[in-house]
Write a new protein. Structure first.
Length: 119
């Protein structure tokens, strides 16, 4: 159940970005593409060293979130988002969040194990 939330002050993004993110994150988190969710929120009121385009990204997953795994993902994800939003790579901040499976419900039921999200 990888979830990628992008908040940005840009007005529009590349139409290919969501599909590219789904493929990349499914591979990165070793999950089926059908379990990956992408949310892109444009036109946010964001200021970081002025009003130039910037983005804050949250990547949430039940598994495969660790310092070593995040290091493998950060640069590639940063470049993909920079290209898709037309935001300079130094103006993108990524937060990786490990979600405990017992805090996730699917179809109204709490998960009993992380692998049940793939069912």
């Amino acid at each position: 159940m990888p979830l990628c939330i992008i908040d940005t002050n840009v007005v529009k993004f590349s139409p290919e970005l969501p599909a590219r993110l789904v493929v990349f994150l499914a591979e990165r988190f070793n999950k089926p593409e059908r379990t990956v969710m992408i949310e892109i929120n444009t036109k946010k009121t964001f200021f970081h060293r002025g009003g130039a385009p910037c983005a804050f990204v949250q990547c949430r997953s039940i598994e495969n979130v660790s310092k070593s795994e995040n290091a493998k993902t950060a640069e590639l994800l940063n470049e993909m988002i920079a290209e898709g939003l037309a935001v300079h790579r130094t103006r993108i901040f990524i937060e990786f969040v490990k979600v405990e499976y017992e805090n996730v419900a699917v179809e109204g039921k709490l998960l009993e194990r992380p692998d049940l999200i793939d069912a």
